[in-house]
Design a protein around this ligand. Sequence first.
Ligand code: SF4
Length: 732
Amino acid sequence: MQRKSSDEQVIATACSSHCGGKCLLRVHVRDGAIIRIETDGGKEPQLRACLRCRAYRQRIYDPDRLKFPMRRVGERGEGKFERISWDEALDTVAKEFIRVRDTYGPSTTFFLGGGGDNMQLHRARLIEGLFSMAGGFTAWWGVHSFEGGLYAEMATYGTTGSGSGYDDLLNSRLIVMWGWNPAVTIHECNTSWYLIQAKESGTKIVSIDPRYTDSTATFASQWIPIIPGTDTAMLLAMAYVIIKENLHDQRFLDTYTVGFAQFRGYVLGAEDGLPKTPAWAESITGVPAEVIGNLAREYATTKPAALVAGIGPGRATYGEQYHRAAHTLAAMTGNIGVHGGWASRSSVPPNYGGYELKLGKPPQGPGNPVEGGASPRKYSLPTSDGADSSARIHCTKLADAILEGKAGGYPTDIKMLFVMHTNFANQFADVNKITRALKSKSLEFIVVAEQLMTSTARFADILLPVNTFMERNDITLGGATPHYGYVKKVIDPLYESKSPLDICRELATRLGFPGYIDKTDEEWVRELMRGSDIPDYDTFKESALYRVSLPEPRVAFKEQIDDPEKNPFPTPSGKIEIYSQKLADMNNPEIPPIAKHIPAWESRNDPLAKKYPLQLITTHFKRRTHTQFEKVPWLRELQAQAMLINTVDAQARGISSGDGVRVFNDRGEVIIPAEVTERIMPGVVDIPQGAWYSPDERGVDRGGCANMLTRDEPSPGGAFCYNTSLVQVRKV
Ligand code: SF4
C-alpha cells in the first residue's frame, strides 16, 4: 500500500471480470472511498487494465446498486420488491430449499452459477458444495464461451489444456487470427501487446472474420471475410490444397497422430465422392478459391505458423467441427508442440505447457448426490468435471427444461432456481422463452444474488445484494503472462451487500453445516496461497502480484512432441486423434470421427432464409464484459449499442446510419439503431451481445439484447449457437 498524501492511499489490487484478463489496478482511496483508478505502470510486460476496469469506480458507486435483501411484491418480472432483513431473506431461502427438497426431491433445485468474475474463492462452487452436503441439486453443463472447443479438444488431444502462451506468438512467422478479436475481448492481459510486437518484427498476420474488426485493422495485413458458420468448409479446402500439393508434414503425422488416412479420404472425396476443393468451399464460404489456396500454401510452408482458432466461430451450429478441423490443420503442418505454432483455440487456461499455476483448496463439499450413479450422457465427453453426467441439463436448454420437465425428456422437474453470478434472462438464448419459464407457476421459488437489478433479478422471489470484487478478498490466476493476482479488498462493502462467501456461510449455518466456511475471505486466500509457488504472503498482498518467471514461453503439448514415448497424449491411442474411435463408436453422423463440414441450420441455404435472409452474429463489445459494465456512464459515452449492417443490405432496405430498425425472427424482435458500414460483409448483421433486455409493452426489446433472436438449441457436441440465427431487418 503506497501513501499518496496524508489522507490518500494507493492500493494495488488485481481484477478479472470474466473477460479473461487478469489485470493490475492501482486504486486511489480517500476517506474510505475510491476517488480514482490507475493501472500497472511498472516493468514490462505490464498487466495493463482496459477501459472497463479503469471505469470501475462508476460501477461500484452506481446509484442503482442493490442495497438490501428484498422480497418480491409484484408479479415476477415486474421488478416490484420490498426491503427485508438478511435474516428474513436467508431464513426464507433455507426454508424453501428444505421444503422443495423434502417435497419433490433434491434434483428439483437447480443451481445456476459460474459466470461473474474469474476469481478463485467467491465462486459458484461454494453454493454447489453446500447444496451437495444438504442433499444435492441439479447442475448445468456447457461452457457458453467455448464448449465446442472443449469437446473438440477432448476428442483430438484427450485434454482441454491445449492453449499456448501469447508470448509464444513472438516466435511465429505467420499468425492466422481466425474469428479472433483480442483488441476488444482482451482475453488475458498483453495479447495485443504481443501481437503488435509480432507484427512489428515482420510476422504476417491474417484475419478471417465476417467483420473487419479492431484486431483486423490493428494487426492484420490481410482480411478474409467469410460467411458465418462455414469456417470448417474453408479449413477442409485448405487441407485439400495441402494434401494435393504434398505440403503436409508426413513425418509429424506418422509419429504423433492417428487417422490422417481417413481424413485424407474424406477431403479428397473418396468417402462421399465430393472433393473438398477450394472451388467447393468458395460456393459455401464466399471466400474466393484462389484466396483459400494461397492461404493454405502460406500456412503449410511458413514455419512455424500459428492458426489461432478464435472461439466465436465455435459458438455456432457444429462449432465442434470447426475446432476439430483447425486441430487437424495444425497437425498436418507440424505446428503442434513447437514454439511459434498453435494447437488449438484462442483462450489460454492457467495450466498447460509444463507449468501449473497451483493453489490450495477452497471450501469443498462432497460429490453431488443427485449425480451419484447417473450414467454418462449419450454423445458426451468429459469436457469438465461432471459435465458428462446425464443428471445435468445443458445451459441453453434450462428454460425449456423448466417449462417441459421430465415429460419433455429432462432429468427432473425444476421447482427451485438459485441464480448467482449469471444474468440468465439476458445472456442465454431465446429470452422470450426464458421469461415464460421464469413466470411459470411450476417454478415455485427463485433466488437471485446480484449487484444490480438485472433482467434476471426482476424475476426473483428473494433478491440478495452481492458486493463487488473491490469489497472483498480473493485470488486470480493469469495464464498468458503467468501470474497470481491478489484481489484485495479496497473499501468496505457498500450498503448491506455481502460477498458470495459470506452469503454461503450464513446459508450453510441455516442448513445445518456451520463448519462449512470456517474462515474469513482473507484467511481463505492465505490458505489457497499455501498450495502455490508464492513465497511470501505479505509481499504478495502488498503488491497484489506474483509473477512466475519461466525460461521460455509455454507451449501446449511440447512434452508430448519432444518425447512421445515418455509423454503420450491422454487419448485412447496416446496420439493426436485426427480420427477418434470414441466418436466413431457414438455412431452419430452429426458427431463424425473426423472433422467434417455439416451444413448448419439457419444458414443461408435454409429455406427459412427466404423469410429471414440475414445471418445474425452476436459479438463481444469493447465497453462490456457480457452484461457487466453496461450501465457505466463513462463507458456508454464511448460506443453506442447498434446493429452493424453492410451498405448493400442497408440500401436495399432504405436504412441509413442512426435509423431505428426492427430486427426480428419467429423468436422475438429488437428495435435498435443501425450502423451502416463496410466493416461487416453483406448478408450478415451484428448485434453485440450483452446489452440489457428492456422490453416495451408489446414485448419488443428496446435495449439491444441479441438473445431475443438466438435459438436455444445446442450443437450436437454441446457448442452454443449464438452465431447461428436468421433474421430480417426493416426500418422502423
Ligand atoms: S475488464 Fe478484464 S481486461 Fe479489462 S481491465 Fe478488467 S480484468 Fe482487465
